[in-house]
Design a binder for this molecule. Sequence first.
Ligand code: PBG
Length: 323
Amino acid sequence: MYYPSYRMRRLRRTPAIRNMLRETTLAVDDLIYPFFVIAGENIKNPISSMPGCFQLSIGNLLGEVREVAELGIPAILLFGIPSHKDSAATGAYDSEGVVQMAVRAIKDEFPDLVVITDVCLCEYMDHGHCGVVQDGEIVNDVTLELLAKMAVTHADSGADFVAPSDMMDGRVAAIRNALDDDGFTDTAIMAYSAKFASAFYGPFREAAESAPAFGDRRTYQMDSANGEEAIREALLDIEEGADIIMVKPALPYLDVIHAVKQETKFPLAAYNVSGEYAMIKAAAANGWLDEERAVMEAVTGIKRAGADLIITYHAKDIARWIG
Ligand code: PBG
């Protein structure tokens, strides 16, 4: 059937009809809100390139976590900024480290909130790389041991999921084995499976103080041109024991989100990263975009592409708009 007997506009005629036919719905339950927790007391440092986001010490973090929980957002993702960085990332697997203490404090007050911890060494390394550096190289296998130790301390503090974002080979298996050996068989792994070497992490590196001091991350993070490789990464992580896989960033990689979901049928998270947030915030601050409409269009697109969960700095605003 064609025009004039068939008319697409019939089903767009009124808001009620449009709502009935809407194919993609975003729920507050789909959202994960990231936090930057910093060692020290009484700290609330604004992050200039991420308006509305802060580096927070634990006391201040708890107040913000309460707001997130009251908005009905089910999960948070924690990044740590330690007081001290060195070449062995000792702050990363210290049971008194900033993330470990934050998890315990959060779980004490908000036992039902899903707490996810980022597992990566870059914030704890004096050189800012995600792995151990030997002779100018980021060495894979030595790094795995540190990541596994870090994950175990997070689980021991009460983290529900650990989220390795380092892109070393074999890290999901190393972490799964270490967790199981220590009895943390119920701690889930949300693996940053297809993490691209991206310009859109720029604001995050200011927030987490984790820019690499030399070189870049291209020997471990993926080339932005590669879609099939993303599927291989996701399948490997699943083989190694990932419970949830991730594609990151989100908006320049909607095709990757779609393909990975189609291939794996696994729970899939997409990370709407700092640079994606900064772009909309900057345009909205200039009056160039309607912030609410732009954000909702972006996150609905990420969901339509195939993401089950969306990690986004817009989560609190979205929860207010749709809640
Ligand atoms: C650290 C890490 C990064 C992000 C999450 N974990 C930055 C990087 O790889 O340099 C980026 C998150 C964001 O931009 O919002 N491995």
